[in-house]
Write a protein that binds this ligand. Sequence first.
Ligand SMILES: Cc1ncc(C[n+]2csc(CCOP(=O)(O)OP(=O)(O)O)c2C)c(N)n1
Length: 449
Amino acid sequence: MAHRTTLEEEHPVRAAKAPKKPGGSSFEKAGTAGDRERVFDAFRRWGYLEATLDPLGFLEPQKRPELDGLAGEAAEEARRIYCRTVGADFMHLLEPERRRWIAERMETPAGEVDQKKILERLIRADLFEQVLQARYLGTKRFSLEGVTALIPLLDSILDTAGELGAESSIVAMSHRGRLNVMVHAACKSPHEVVAGFEDVDPRSVLGAGDVKYHVGATGTYVTSSGKQIGIHLVSNPSHLEAVDPVAMGRTRAKQTRAGVDGSQIDRSRATLNTVVPIVMHGDAAFAGQGIWAETLNLSDLEAYTVGGTIHIIVNNLIGFTTRPTQEHSSRFASDIAKRQSVPIFHVNAEDPDAVVRIGRIAAEYRATFGGEVVVDIIGYRRHGHSEVDDPTIKRLRSFANCPNIGRRITTAATNPSMKSTPASRAKGWRKLPTASSACRKDFTFIRKS
Ligand SMILES: Cc1ncc(C[n+]2csc(CCOP(=O)(O)OP(=O)(O)O)c2C)c(N)n1
């Protein structure tokens, strides 16, 4: 393992002195292992604030005085790890072994990811939205576009959880991208989802057309290694975050059933790892809704714990019409989780390789320590709050000419001049147009029906 962290003892963060001469710092001059540790320690603590996390660049990296003036080989390496498209926010954890574990994961070179699969999933997720947009123009669907990397993120979490013993997963979320998740993670048939768009009878009790993004779904997800995981997507009301305690309760009940052993209930980590809760949140709801704070408060109590929930903030940096700076006092929507020992991984949604890597780390962390973990995947919102809205009225961040990860990557895959993009570096990338047309075929029934 290259340059493992030791984190054996706590080092006070030394305020970095400005280099006396250009190109050299006091750390660089000393060059000892201890100095290297101190440089890394500063980046572990503060690096996430300087990371490039927002694809549209509105959430600018925040220059930290603690990192100012750190130069040299160790600083460059630490900056590469902690200040690029992943911001690991974990030094507030009280348990040294957890901090050490995360630093080791971050500082170990990233393993290979299956770029071909990632690309295919992004194309599928994006096409799903495009087809609905074309067929049901002006109908609400709460598109995932702008954060489509959520689908490969879920793949990565479920694949890893499956390897670590998961048999089922309780999944909860609100409106954003729910239809996409139903099809691609809960494996509900697209026909059933599309049927919801045909529900237009105003006299029907459930005929307001919004049933489709409130109903639950049950399906079977097949991991990359062929393992089947039962997915239970919890029905959700309009009231944001109300589903959090429901998901926790359902998980706890399933874990209890799995652990019944005569008159005893086995709550070992292995048993808790058989049922994995995954809860997705909007950024505004995560920061602002009290019920979520109340649920989080219960997470480590013996009577309520589910051995950790994996939280994903589907972060488009807007809440309906409100920008983050007008909606929460903290820099990140996720900061409320920092009151407890909960690591937070911010990740730029335009770097799908990094997203997938963080999904794996989050699932491993939960299985290893039985604690909550947050993945804050930061993208944007391509349309208005729903597709009924005029995005200009809803003050969408640069709604015109938004890049779109799915479309951008589709282009990359089909355009030889873009070979340098991460997606097109995928093995066999030349075959990807075939994958794209296969996905299109899946959805042709919608156009024909
Ligand atoms: C408790 C509650 N308050 C307000 C609303 C109205 N509402 C629906 S969506 C929304 C914005 C949510 O923003 P965010 O959580 O960031 O999710 P996004 O739609 O941006 O993905 C609001 C205020 C609601 N449904 N529930």
